[in-house]
Design a protein around this ligand. Structure first.
Ligand code: FES
Length: 151
């Protein structure tokens, strides 16, 4: 898989973010492993430490195995003022995990995020690439159930 993903890009440093993105997206653990980091470093001709530094600098990347779906709850001002904390608590309860953790069934990883750019529908979250707004505790349960059913 790794070789195939790398082959899609020119081996240049300026492609680093795109390469890391593509590898993480293809990863069954939604993350970048030590082997991935070493292979990317070799491919673009920089040190593994530099790749690791990039992978840990951006919140969109994870060097820790994650669940199938990544939930990112906005904790910036608009969402915070409109009940973001309640939403986060509802998610923790519903999933039985804390921020940064993955559910036992491997389905979800719960993360927090700064502004998602959809403040008009605060409080908001993203699950993978899908945005959800005007959230309430009830809505959270509905949305999570939908994913559990495979939707
Ligand atoms: S403050 Fe939450 S989406 Fe902007």
């Amino acid at each position: 898989m790794l070789k195939e993903v790398l082959g899609r890009f020119e081996p240049r440093r300026e492609n680093l973010l795109d390469i890391l993105h593509a590898i993480q997206e293809a990863s069954p653990t939604n993350s970048l492993s030590k082997e991935d980091i070493e292979a990317v470093a070799k491919y673009v001709g920089i040190t593994p430490a530099e790749v690791y530094g990039t992978a840990t600098f951006y919140t969109m990347f994870s060097v820790k195995p994650r669940g199938k779906h990544i939930i990112r709850v906005c904790t910036s001002t608009a969402c915070h003022l409109l009940g973001g904390e309640t939403v986060l608590e509802a998610l923790k309860r519903e999933l039985g995990v804390d921020v940064g953790d993955t559910t036992k069934d491997g389905l979800f990883t719960l993360e927090i995020s700064s502004c998602l750019g959809i403040c008009g529908v605060a409080p908001a979250m993203m699950i993978d690439e899908v945005a959800y707004g005007n959230l309430t505790a009830d809505k959270i349960k509905e949305i999570i159930d939908q994913y559990r059913r495979g939707g």
